[in-house]
Write a protein that binds this ligand. Structure first.
Ligand code: 13P
Ligand code: SF4
Length: 307
């Protein structure tokens, strides 16, 4: 849906008045990506939040992303466009359960996907995203590593870094995990020339069918650089907007069962206007949680991207 010119004008005016920047994830609706000043994957959004000079950050994404911005920039006001936008995978690891699991594995470092609460990050040694998981895992001095909460990402990382022993946590992303193998095989039969590109939140049996696996930014970059003209895209449907915009002559196919993250789609243009008008809802991580969580996030940011 194109952005209403009056809404765009209101947003531009409020952005100036509030000294704000709008950050959006690639899984947000096209109109949200169109009004955002920066669109990225989880790692890119954290990096941008940390370096952008604006006083106010309006986050169009899910709760853990706004929390990460608050962890990195305590002096800024971080607004989450829609406070109802959570991440079911992040909810699959609670601080209480992680404390129990750590007690069972004394001395084993905890590597936590940024798709997690600030409290869980505070209990972790280091964070990762889908864009740097292999390099982060390799950087750890211990052979055994406990990875939370995404078991699919952990199993993918294990294939890239076989010298480590990765202990799994039983979490997953419902949007990626539900992909049906038969549907993918059928899609491959219908488009035999197409390159299959997948996000590592998919199950191993799906990743086994992929020619390229990467974070949302990694997938978008790969499609732009590849000589291929057709792609089967196995990640959330929001990436189709930047893919078709950047590659108008290339064809992108998605599974028949839509891959939609209902939480990312909760962010609407009116939510941005409301957040900038009322300066709510503010996401602020309490200092006693922020300080240990910052250590885990900063350790991750010191490590380069895999792709
Ligand atoms: P990336 O942004 O790391 O590609 O992860 C996708 C995702 O599920 C974000 O919630
Ligand atoms: Fe969470 Fe999956 Fe949605 Fe990302 S796509 S926010 S991991 S539910």
């Amino acid at each position: 849906m194109p952005v209403n010119p009056a809404d765009r004008e209101t947003i531009d005016r409020l952005v100036k008045e509030r000294d704000a920047v709008i950050l959006a994830h690639y899984y947000c609706l096209p109109e949200i990506q169109a009004v955002a000043h920066f669109v990225g994957d989880s790692l890119g959004l954290s990096q941008e939040a940390a370096k952008n000079p604006a006083r106010v950050i309006v986050f169009c994404g899910v709760h853990f992303m706004a929390e990460t911005a608050s962890i990195l920039c305590p002096e800024k006001t971080v607004l989450l466009a829609n406070p109802e936008a959570g991440c079911p995978m992040a909810d699959m690891v609670t601080p209480e359960d992680l404390v129990k699991r750590k007690a069972e594995e004394p001395g084993v470092p905890v590597l936590t996907y940024v798709n997690s609460s600030a409290q869980v990050k505070a209990l972790s040694d280091i964070c990762c995203t889908s864009a740097n998981v292999a390099t982060v895992l390799r950087s750890l001095p211990s052979t055994k590593v406990l990875m939370t909460p995404d078991r699919n990402l952990a199993q993918f990382a294990q294939t890239l870094v076989p010298e480590k022993e990765v202990l799994l946590w039983p979490g997953f992303c419902p949007t990626h995990h539900r992909l049906n193998l038969e549907e993918i095989l059928e899609l491959k039969r219908s488009h035999p020339q197409a390159e299959v590109i997948a996000h590592p939140e998919c199950q191993p049996k799906i990743l086994a069918e992929a020619h390229f696996i990467g974070s949302t930014s990694g997938l978008i970059k790969h499609c732009a650089q590849s000589d291929q003209g057709e792609f089967i895209i196995l990640t959330e449907s929001g990436v189709i907007y930047p893919l078709t915009k950047a590659n108008p002559d290339k064809k992108f196919y998605q599974p028949r069962t839509p891959m939609i993250c209902p939480n990312m789609k909760k962010n609407r243009v009116q939510d941005i206007i409301s957040a900038l008008t009322t300066m709510t809802p503010v996401i602020k991580v309490p200092e006693e949680i922020r300080r240990p969580a910052l250590i885990a996030v900063e350790r991750m940011l010191a490590i380069p991207r895999d792709q």
